[in-house]
Design a protein around this ligand. Sequence first.
Ligand SMILES: NC(=O)c1ccc[n+]([C@@H]2O[C@H](COP(=O)([O-])OP(=O)(O)OC[C@H]3O[C@@H](n4cnc5c(N)ncnc54)[C@H](OP(=O)(O)O)[C@@H]3O)[C@@H](O)[C@H]2O)c1
Length: 274
Amino acid sequence: MTSARAVIVGASGRMGQALVRMACEFPALRITGVVASAGSASLGRDAGVLAGIEPLGVELTSDLPAALAQADVAIDFSQPRATRANIAACRAAGKPLLIGTTGFGAEVSEAELDAAAGDIPLLIAPNTSLGVALLAELVRRAARTLPREFDVEIIEAHHRMKRDAPSGTALALARAAGEGRGIGPAQAVSAASAVRSGQRPQGEIGFAVIRGGDIVGEHTVLFAGPGEELRLSHRAGDRAIFARGALRAAQWLLSQPPGRYGMRDIVHADQSLG
Ligand SMILES: NC(=O)c1ccc[n+]([C@@H]2O[C@H](COP(=O)([O-])OP(=O)(O)OC[C@H]3O[C@@H](n4cnc5c(N)ncnc54)[C@H](OP(=O)(O)O)[C@@H]3O)[C@@H](O)[C@H]2O)c1
């Protein structure tokens, strides 16, 4: 079997290293490129050694276009300031791109993402865990089914180093709840962003954010109704789950036509994730 060639952008980071470690579980994918920033202290280092496994024979570079020339798909877990350039490089090379980086909403517009998706398969996944993809489906269903008097609150906790808040996953869960309630994504998220004092307005989606220690990622969507509560929760115990989900999604993306995709498509595409 010939394996597809993958570039990891942000390969020197926590997630990038997890992807390098997990890639051995995906023989259909081979890492042929590893990219960091131009000022990275890791340039020239072997990605396998950096990730604490055996040498991979692939060295960190800051030249994404050159890495893409030797690759079939790109997986980006870097920083929001790099997202626009990463998209442009993948468009120019005509290569599918999975964006796992979060918090780039202020850097790249929806229109730019849509335009890129006209040229390449583009999967945007603020959370690549398969469990969270299914959680979003369950949230959509619960929000659609439960009476409107059930208040929706999203509670999320992450490690102290996390830069963005609320997390990209919490925002995606708010959008899923909004879809279930028939309100648009912008409305779901802006309602959720309001700082609340006084009585809770009906229909608002609220957030509670916790930052501390080395919490990998916890999300609970609370539906609080009169006399009963439904809590749908996911807890990530290890970054490996995001890496596995991303590698699986990247494999799937390789055979898709240009278009905009999310982890929802992976959950649907795989009837059984078994
Ligand atoms: N989708 C998910 O499921 C999921 C899960 C966890 C995290 N994330 C997101 O993934 C991103 C990375 O998280 P992390 O915890 O791995 O962060 P991190 O440890 O800070 O790693 C980010 C890496 O990006 C690299 N980088 C910075 N600028 C770059 C550029 N211009 N080009 C290429 N690489 C660049 C940095 O490398 P150098 O400093 O060596 O240049 C750094 O190693 C964040 O946005 C985070 O929120 C997503």
